[in-house]
Design a protein around this ligand. Structure first.
Ligand SMILES: [Zn+2]
Length: 359
């Protein structure tokens, strides 16, 4: 492992999310210090879940060899791989996978660069690992739940993908996917059936301000104020302030300047919005948009559903423990590179309410 804290923390920054990742990583290293320890945990879960059976005699009694991933059936002697029928098939080592699952189970937002720096694997391998895990989580989302149009997320769709038309902004994928779907009239892989589609736009979503956002709006002026100053003046927590600022930006009431400073955009008196409590799913969507901006800056439309899944995992700590994440990954079976490459989020995205937003 080539991990150094310096390489993870660019210019020794004090980003609280990165600090939390390092704290959690130290715990991970103590608990799973080697590939052997990681494989042992995988072995234990496979046995506990009754997912380990001999290919030829179907018994589940094995001897595990020191060669980490090889098992031999105690009954018929047949050898097989511990990772054979799991998402880990073909992986050189299991540890980077477990590291990603561990950090996600702690509610931390991990980027492929972060995983690369922590585990020493290539960034492309780290991206594949994260995409596969996010795919697994997105497949367990309640597809009968609430759905929202891609247009609601246009402010965070800034990354190109294979689906982005040449010389066009990544946002053009929204229009293109819509057109394609109208032409084909057939659901894509990730298209959930039978759910209600809500197509309000971000501006409709922010027609009303909550009390926190209203108070924050009043604190902004023509003089740029730093994030830290606003923290002091509003008494909000950093996450509340960050989410509220995002909403004011989306509502065209605030402008973000360089150096994380903010000013108001319009005269409050003329453009004051009605105060209202926002429904839970809309609040969840706005928090998701803030999460993407803070942790990934932006995403592609192609993989948008994956990021919604990652957000669900981050906020629903009861649903996504390390055990549950690992079991879902094992049960999903191998995922091919082609399957990842061909993945396209549905035009209308599934949104599950997490415990975090239910309460
Ligand atoms: Zn056997």
């Amino acid at each position: 492992m080539t991990f150094t804290y310096d390489s993870f923390l660019d210019n020794r920054d004090s980003n609280p999310e990165k600090q939390a990742i390092i704290k959690s990583w130290i715990k991970f290293e103590a608990e799973y210090p080697s590939e052997f320890a990681c494989c042992s945990y995988l072995h234990e879960v496979l046995l506990r879940e009754g997912l380990l059976k001999c290919d030829s005699c179907f018994k589940s009694d094995f001897n595990r060899q020191r060669a980490l991933r090889t098992l031999s059936c105690k009954n018929c002697g047949k050898k097989q791989w511990l990772t054979a029928k799991t998402i880990f098939r073909g992986a050189k080592t299991v540890r980077p996978w477990l590291a990603a699952l561990w950090l996600m189970s702690e509610g931390l937002a991990l980027s492929s660069t972060g995983l690369e720096r922590l585990t020493g694997i290539k960034q492309s391998s780290a991206l594949n690992i994260l995409r596969k895990i996010r795919l697994v989580i997105s497949e367990s989302m309640n597809t009968q739940g609430e759905r929202r149009s891609s247009e609601m997320f246009s402010s965070i769709i800034i990354k190109r993908s294979r689906e982005t038309p040449q010389r066009e902004h990544p946002r053009m994928e929204i229009t293109n996917t819509q057109k394609k779907m109208e032409e084909e009239q057939s659901p894509t892989r990730a298209e959930p059936l039978g759910a209600e589609i809500i197509t309000s736009t971000p501006s409709e979503l922010t027609n009303f301000l909550t009390e926190k956002e209203y108070l924050l709006q009043k604190k902004l002026g023509d003089e740029p104020l730093s994030f830290d100053t606003l923290l002091e003046r509003t008494g909000l927590s950093p996450s509340q302030l960050s989410a509220s600022l995002t909403i004011l930006e989306l509502s065209s009431l605030a402008v973000r300047l360089s150096g994380d400073r903010y000013i108001r955009k319009v005269d409050h008196e003329k453009h004051s919005k009605r105060l209202c409590s926002r429904n839970k799913i809309d609040q969840c969507i706005l928090d998701f948009i803030d999460f993407v901006r803070q942790s990934f800056h932006g995403v592609s439309r192609k993989y948008l559903q994956h990021y919604i899944a990652a957000y669900w995992c981050k906020t629903d700590r009861l649903r996504w423990s390390l055990d549950k994440l690992l079991i879902s990954c094992i049960r999903s079976g191998p995922v091919s590179y082609k399957e990842l490459l061909n993945y396209v989020s549905a035009q209308d995205l599934c949104f599950s309410l997490s415990e975090y937003h239910e309460n």
